[in-house]
Design a protein around this ligand. Structure first.
Ligand SMILES: Nc1nc2c(c(=O)[nH]1)N[C@H]1C(S)=C(S)[C@@H](COP(=O)(O)O)O[C@H]1N2
Ligand SMILES: [Mo]
Length: 249
């Protein structure tokens, strides 16, 4: 039996027992249903997300010592980013911008130079791919919370959607992760600029979740109260491909 069908069976069995369904109803009452909380895996996704939010909302991802940094780090391959990216790269990304829009008081587009003048946080954390490999590196960047404070997120904000220069790549996190002190817009890695294979010039590092939430080549942040009308309403390109929207670790 494939692991998918095994998972399906377990999900169905438990749901049949009523426990997960009841938990999902409770989560709905507290606004803790993830965007992929429908369908066969929905109750399981909801239970996972809601319980982590209730129990570990403020806990920190483990940080490591400089001696524990992986050498060399392992970069996952991405499809070639095309001529426009090459041109930006050749001009040291002077034309690169990060647009911030949606439910914010002051929508803006920051240049990379501006972002580099903002307060930075450096942290040595673990990036784990759902496929089983991982590495430790030091990431340096602007806390996402700083950028969100600058633009003034409106009170009804519930999620931050982030979009990549890479066509079709986008994801989202809730405000708990968006405002988490370790969630940073990274522009540096291991003491230098963030190399392109690792998502340079700008990558969102979300160390409380699996590697796939750490989107490379981030060009846009959109603050929203709902993910329903974005894409298929599942919160990310990864969830549309069958991955869990919430990948907390
Ligand atoms: N734009 C973009 N971001 C991405 C990916 C991608 O293919 N494109 N892959 C994700 C996945 S699945 C993982 S595990 C990590 C890998 O990070 P690394 O390349 O630094 O090892 O990046 C994530 N961010
Ligand atoms: Mo991954």
């Amino acid at each position: 039996m494939s692991s998918t069908s095994r998972r399906k069976l377990i999900a169905t069995a438990i749901t049949g027992a009523g426990g997960l369904t009841l938990a999902a109803k409770l989560a709905a009452r507290y606004g803790l249903v993830p965007p992929d909380g429908g369908g066969i895996y929905g109750p399981g996704e909801t239970l996972c997300y809601a319980s982590q939010r209730l129990l570990t909302r403020h806990s920190l991802a483990r940080e490591f010592t400089p001696a524990q940094i992986s050498r060399p780090p392992f970069a996952n391959k991405v499809d070639p980013l095309g001529d426009e990216f090459k041109r930006l790269q050749e001009s040291a990304f002077t034309g690169w911008t990060l647009a911030v829009d949606g439910m914010v008081a002051h929508p803006v587009a920051f240049s990379l130079a501006e972002l580099r003048t903002f307060p930075v946080r450096s942290q040595i954390t673990h990036l784990a791919c759902e496929e089983g490999w991982s590495y430790i590196a030091e990431w340096t960047g602007v806390p996402l919370s700083h950028v969100l404070t600058l633009v003034g997120t409106l009170p009804q904000a519930h999620y931050v959607v982030y979009t990549s220069f890479e066509k079709g790549a986008w994801d989202s996190i809730d405000m708990a992760d968006a405002l988490h002190p370790q969630t940073i817009l990274a522009h540096g890695m291991n003491g230098g600029e963030l190399p392109a294979p690792f998502g340079g010039p700008l990558r969102l590092r979300v160390p409380r979740q699996l590697g796939y939430k750490s989107l490379k080549y981030v060009t846009r942040l959109t603050v929203t109260d709902s993910l329903e009308h974005i894409g298929k309403g599942l919160g990310s390109a990864a969830s549309e491909g069958g991955y869990a929207w919430y990948a907390g670790i």
